[in-house]
Write a protein that binds this ligand. Structure first.
Ligand SMILES: *Cc1c(COP(=O)(O)O)cnc(C)c1O
Length: 365
């Protein structure tokens, strides 16, 4: 079999090996059915058990309160950028507050502007999106339709440590790139969504955790596929859901629960992994320059630069020879980015750290 390398891609990203192995073992026929997961009816008993278990796993891992729905939708995180304002901004006569922390929050605000009025409650642009705001920095409109934030800016590599209190104004969170990386208090949010392909499964499914009063507020004059009420009433089976992607979310969350032992454990491991790379940056005498301010550093996406573009090219080339792939930063910001989601093994991070230390020794002046 082809050897697996350490894939530091920001997404789609590495999946836990036990989940891939189980999918491989059962690919031709799911136990007890004689039918592949790729062929099975989404109305079958076997698939009902899978989607129910995926939801139950998420409810256990995140201690999701009973008055929240867990939806498995299509269209990626980007469809949520549109669905949130379609359901909760359009026609309200209010504006929505966006906390513009980086590329993804900015994109979400632009998408929302197609549906109604938006305003930036804070914008990190002047600081080159190196840091998350403190709660006191936000200029919130008490009449806003909702407040929107992105918990982890995948491209800049910055992450919230704690979330602002928005009182009665619903708080909406794009958690695409740090979903399930640590415990989170779901009750703080009206809606928390995440596309799966960073931390929860393959591309094709987006997990939306939404409070029941929001579902009931969804307007009637929307097409079914973009209406949260229709999606919730249909229990994510209004039309054919992404069957295989939901199955993989079940396997990944099985792994988180049964092998890792829950999100506190996962967070400890993630912090250890991130610390290894940030130490390599901080101990390099400026050879590696981290993008994020230390207090806003992401434990999922580590962004840094080398002294010049030629050295960066050399870095990518040599890294590849060590089985370390996909370390290029996003095309909009350049530099390097190591995405170290839940499924990146510690050995992968150790190998990268050792390589970084050695590369610095050989190339620093
Ligand atoms: C990857 C990512 C997205 C985009 O997800 P798609 O599923 O491609 O639409 C949005 N927000 C964040 C924070 C991301 O990391």
């Amino acid at each position: 079999m082809e050897k697996r390398i350490f894939n530091f891609s920001p997404g789609p990203a590495m999946l836990p090996l036990p989940a891939l192995e189980q999918a491989q073992r059962d690919l031709l026929a799911l136990p007890g059915t004689g039918i592949s997961i790729l062929e099975i009816s989404h109305r079958s008993k076997a698939f009902a058990a899978i989607i129910e278990q995926a939801e139950a796993n998420l409810r256990t891992l995140l201690a999701i309160p009973d008055d929240y729905h867990v939806l498995f939708l299509q269209g990626g995180a980007l469809l949520q950028f549109g669905m949130v304002p379609m359901n909760f901004l359009r026609g309200t006569g209010r504006s929505a507050d966006y906390v513009v922390t980086g590329s993804w929050a900015k994109k979400a605000m632009e998408e929302a502007a197609t549906q109604g009025q938006v305003r930036a409650a804070w914008d990190g642009k002047a600081g080159n999106y190196k840091q998350m705001p403190d709660a006191g920095d936000l200029q919130l409109d008490r009449n806003a339709a909702y407040v929107y934030l992105c918990s982890n800016e995948t491209i800049q590599g910055i992450q919230f440590r704690s979330y602002p209190d928005t009182g009665d104004v619903p708080l909406v969170c794009d958690a695409s790139s740090d979903f399930l990386c640590r415990p989170v208090s779901v009750g703080r949010f009206a809606i928390l969504f995440a596309c799966a392909q960073k931390n929860a499964g393959p591309a094709g499914v987006t997990i939306v955790i939404i409070r029941d009063d929001m579902v009931r507020r969804a307007p009637k004059d929307l097409p079914s596929m973009v209406n949260y009420r229709v999606m919730a009433e249909g229990k994510s089976l209004f039309n054919t859901p992404p069957v295989f992607a939901v199955y993989m979310v079940k396997l990944v969350t099985d792994w988180l629960l049964n092998t890792v032992g829950g999100l506190e454990k996962m967070e400890q491991i993630n912090r250890r992994k991130a610390q290894m790379l940030y130490e390599a940056i901080d101990d390099s005498n400026g050879f590696y320059a981290g993008h994020a301010d230390p207090f806003s550093r992401s434990i999922m996406n580590v962004t840094f630069r080398l002294p010049n573009a030629a050295l960066e090219e050399q870095f990518f080339k040599e890294a590849k020879e060590h089985g370390l792939a996909e370390l290029k930063g996003h095309r909009s910001v350049g530099g390097c980015r190591a995405s170290i989601y839940n499924a990146m093994p510690i050995e992968g991070v150790q190998t990268l750290r050792d390589f970084m230390v050695d590369f610095c020794k050989r190339n620093a002046k």
